[in-house]
Design a protein around this ligand. Structure first.
Ligand SMILES: [Zn+2]
Length: 381
């Protein structure tokens, strides 16, 4: 699926299954609508028998992703190659869990209908729903703690699955993104990567040795809560001086409001407008933010030595004013060859990024669901 159309021989090689298992499995998967096997293009007789290749029917299997943000829901439908078919967003009037989860279910159902209409194939179907939440999420369902939403012990997947009838999986939003980038995005074939997100919070998802690293209790990658500044501002987590308390969008807004008391600054968009107009205080503030972010990237590089760092999230809209100091600080503070062997990608796609990450999570869960394989593969039979 991730490698494009393959012959049966190539499939046997890439999956490690023997050719007789492949010979039984391909027709079964084709009968179930997952793959088609066809001749790719005319092959000249001189090159022997026309080669058949097996391809996944991407557009016939859709996944829905919803990111629950502090102010809005962002949703998308993708095909199983990860391409976005339709996306939408919905403002939240309250963060009360029951109401929000009801809206998530409604959004997922509306997106399902629109996705199926757009694909317009009689046998198209939705294979699952992925939900991304900022915070500590365990067991693919339970939000243990999200200070951004002010939620504790909320069973997201069970509630939404009951309402929609869709297999539902919930994960920390940044971990969903990291797993998705590794599986279908810029991190394919990269075994060690970090996705660092900047926006309302500062998040980090890690793929180490080819696997998502969630840690012992599922809270790895909380880069935003590195306790860096003993006398720093109060963080949303209740501690003082966390990195997130100086690098998030709200922290930058608060700091620049203090430095520019005569100017009405409501949000990060206002800051960008002032930066574009050349306001020297704002330019200095954004450069400082870029430098702090660069130090954060260097911390991650020094700790886990990744081959790829992807920076994403809402604040990448200000990257024109932050990228240079970010790269300089990263280079200055990375030990030995860690930085020269690491690629930095800045992904500026907006809100859709999060919903896409959540949908990718649903695809990953669906193709890993044992029922799909056991129904079609009888290994060693
Ligand atoms: Zn904190």
């Amino acid at each position: 699926m991730r490698s494009g159309p393959q012959s049966r021989q190539q499939l046997a090689h890439s999956t490690g299954l023997d050719t007789s298992t492949i010979a039984r499995t391909v027709p079964a998967l084709a009968a179930a609508g997952w793959v088609v096997e066809s001749v790719d293009r005319p092959v000249t007789p001189a090159r022997g028998r026309p080669g058949k290749r097996v391809r996944v029917r991407h557009a016939h299997h859709l996944a829905v992703g919803v990111k629950i943000g502090p102010e809005k829901l962002t949703g998308a439908v993708t095909d199983i190659a990860g391409g976005v078919i339709v996306a939408d967003s919905l403002p939240l009037s309250s963060r009360e869990p029951d109401g929000v989860l009801g809206m998530v279910a409604e959004m997922a159902q509306a997106l399902t209908r629109r996705g199926l209409e757009l694909v317009d194939a009689a046998d198209a179907r939705v294979i699952g729903l992925g939900i991304g939440v900022g915070g500590h999420v365990v067991e693919g369902r339970l939000v243990v703690d999200s200070h951004i939403l002010n939620w504790r012990q909320v069973d997201v997947s069970s509630t939404v699955a009951r309402a929609t009838g869709l297999p539902t999986v919930t994960l920390n939003d940044v971990n969903a993104l990291a797993a998705g980038e590794h599986w279908l995005g810029a991190g394919r074939r990269v075994d060690d990567l970090a996705v660092i997100t900047i926006g309302r919070g500062l998040g980090c998802g890690l793929v180490l040795g080819g696997r998502l690293h969630a840690g012992t209790s599922g809270s790895a990658g909380e880069l935003g809560h590195l306790p860096l500044l003993p006398d720093g501002p109060l963080c949303g987590c209740g501690n003082r001086g966390c990195l997130e308390a100086v690098v998030s969008d709200q922290a930058v807004v608060a700091a620049l409001r203090e430095r520019l008391p005569g100017i009405d600054i409501r949000d990060f968009h206002d800051i960008l407008r002032l930066a574009e107009a050349g306001n020297p205080v704002v330019l200095d503030g954004l450069a400082r933010t870029g430098e702090l972010l660069g130090r954060a990237v260097a911390s991650v590089v020094n700790l886990v030595n990744p081959a790829l760092v992807i920076i994403a999230g809402e604040m990448t809209s200000g990257m024109d004013f932050m990228e240079q100091p970010l790269r300089r600080a990263t280079a200055d503070h990375t030990f030995s060859a860690g930085w020269s062997e690491c690629r930095l990608v800045i992904d500026r796609s907006g809100d859709e990024l999060w919903a896409r990450g959540a949908a990718w999570l649903a695809i990953r869960a669906a193709v890993r669901r044992p029922a799909i394989l056991s129904r079609h593969i009888e290994v060693g039979g």
